[in-house]
Design a protein around this ligand. Structure first.
Ligand code: ADP
Ligand code: TRP
Length: 325
C-alpha cells in the first residue's frame, strides 16, 4: 500500500493546465486500490502571495469543487484544507530549525519569485519547509508533482534526514517524487506556459459566453482564411489536440493543411469541444459551488481523518524534541 499525497495552492481558480497537468494524473493514481490518497488544498501556502481572505475562501471552494468534479473519491481517501490541521504549521516550525539557511536561499523557486514579486516576505522564503511538513506529517511515499517541484521534494528528503539523524531513528518517512515526464506543459492562450500568474489561462468552468470570449482570444498569426496553415505552430491546434481523440485531431490537421479553414473556425471547434468534453465536470463543479454547506461538510470530514494521522506523527516528533517530557 502506497500513500500518495499532493496539494494545490488556493491562489486562483484551477485552469486547464492544472487540471491536465496535476489533477487528472493524481486522480488516476488514486484509482489504484493499492493506493491511499491524501489530497489537500494548500491554503496556507497561498498566503505567501494572496492576502485577500474572501478571495482565498472562494479559491479554496473552487479547487475543492474541481477535485470532486473530476471524480476524486473523498470517502475512500483523505481530502482536506491544510489550514484546518494545525499540525502543519507546528511541524513546519520544528523543521525550520533543521533547515540550513543556504538551502532556502539557493532554492530556484524562491530566487524566481523574489525577482518577480514586489512583496518578498519570510513566508515565501520558508515555503519549502511548510511543504516538507505537509508531506512528512502523513508518512507519504509518493508525491505526484510537476518538474518545477522537484527541488522542493529533494529539500523535504534532506530536512527529514537531518531530523532522523538527531532522533537516531527513522521517525520521518522520506518520500519519492513522481514526476511524469510525459505530461507536457500546457500552453496558455498566448503560447507561454499556462499559468495563473501570466493571466493566459483557460478556466473551463466559466459560463459559456465568457469561455467563448477566452477561446477567441487565443493568439494566432495573420494567415488568411483560404490559405493553408501550419497546425504544429498554432496554439489552438495544440490545445485541441490535448483534448480530442486521434481521429478528431487528424481531421482538424487536414483542415488546417488544406486551407479554407480559418483560425476562428478552429477556436469555435475548441470551444465546443471543451463544453462537450467537460459537460459533466462543469455540472458537478457548479453544483458544489452552489451547495457550499455540502462542500464544507466533505472537507470537514476529511479534516478529521487528516488530523488524527497528523497528531500521531507530531506526538513522535514532540517526544524526540523533549516537548512531551
Ligand atoms: P500556476 O502556474 O497556474 O500558479 P501552480 O504552480 O499552482 O499553477 O500549479 C499547480 C499544479 O498544476 C502543479 O502540479 C503544476 O505542475 C501543474 N501545472 C500548472 N500549470 C501547468 C501547465 N501549464 N501545464 C501542466 N501542468 C501545470
Ligand atoms: N508547492 C506546490 C505547488 O505550488 C503545492 C504544494 C504545497 C504541495 N504542499 C505540497 C505539493 C505538498 C505536493 C506536496 O504546486
Amino acid at each position: 500500500m502506497a500513500r500518495i499525497l499532493t496539494g494545490i495552492q488556493s491562489s486562483g481558480r484551477p485552469h486547464l493546465g492544472n487540471i491536465l497537468g496535476a489533477i487528472l494524473p493524481a486522480i488516476e493514481l488514486s484509482k489504484n486500490p493499492q493506493n491511499e490518497s491524501f489530497f489537500f488544498i494548500a491554503d496556507l501556502h497561498s498566503l505567501t502571495t494572496l492576502k485577500d481572505g474572501a478571495q482565498r475562501a472562494e479559491y479554496v471552494r473552487a479547487i475543492a469543487a474541481t477535485w470532486l468534479a473530476f471524480g476524486f473519491d473523498y470517502k475512500k481517501n483523505v481530502f482536506w484544507r491544510q489550514s484546518r490541521v494545525q499540525e502543519h504549521t507546528e511541524l513546519a516550525w520544528y523543521l525550520n530549525c533543521f533547515t540550513p539557511f543556504p538551502m532556502l536561499a539557493n532554492a530556484t523557486s524562491f530566487k524566481e519569485k523574489s525577482e518577480k514579486l514586489a512583496d518578498v516576505n519570510a513566508g515565501l522564503f520558508t515555503y519549502p519547509v511548510l511543504q516538507a511538513a505537509d508531506i512528512l506529517l502523513y508518512d507519504a511515499n509518493i508525491i505526484p508533482v510537476g518538474k518545477d517541484q522537484k527541488q522542493h521534494l529533494e529539500m523535504t528528503k534532506d530536512i527529514a534526514s537531518r531530523f532522523n539523524q538527531l532522533a537516531g531513528q527513522d521517525i520521518l518517512v522520506l518520500p519519492e517524487p513522481q514526476i511524469d515526464e510525459r505530461i507536457m506543459t500546457i500552453p496558455g492562450i498566448d503560447g507561454q506556459k499556462m499559468s495563473k500568474s501570466y493571466h493566459n489561462y483557460i478556466d473551463i468552468f466559466l459560463p459559456e459566453n465568457e469561455l467563448k470570449k477566452v477561446t477567441k482570444k487565443i493568439l494566432s498569426d495573420s494567415t488568411a482564411l483560404e490559405e493553408p496553415k501550419d497546425p504544429d505552430n498554432d496554439i489552438t491546434f495544440k490545445l485541441y489536440s490535448l483534448l480530442a481523440n486521434e481521429s478528431e485531431v487528424a481531421e482538424m490537421r487536414t483542415r488546417y493543411v488544406n486551407g479554407g479553414y480559418g483560425y476562428g473556425h478552429a477556436k469555435q471547434a475548441l470551444f465546443e469541444y471543451i463544453l462537450e468534453k467537460f459537460a459533466e465536470p462543469r455540472r458537478i463543479f457548479n453544483y458544489y459551488m452552489e451547495n457550499n454547506a455540502e462542500l464544507e461538510g466533505i472537507l470537514t470530514e476529511g479534516e478529521g481523518k487528516a488530523r488524527s494521522i497528523a497528531q500521531h506523527t507530531i506526538g513522535k516528533v514532540r517526544s524526540v524534541l523533549g516537548f512531551n517530557s
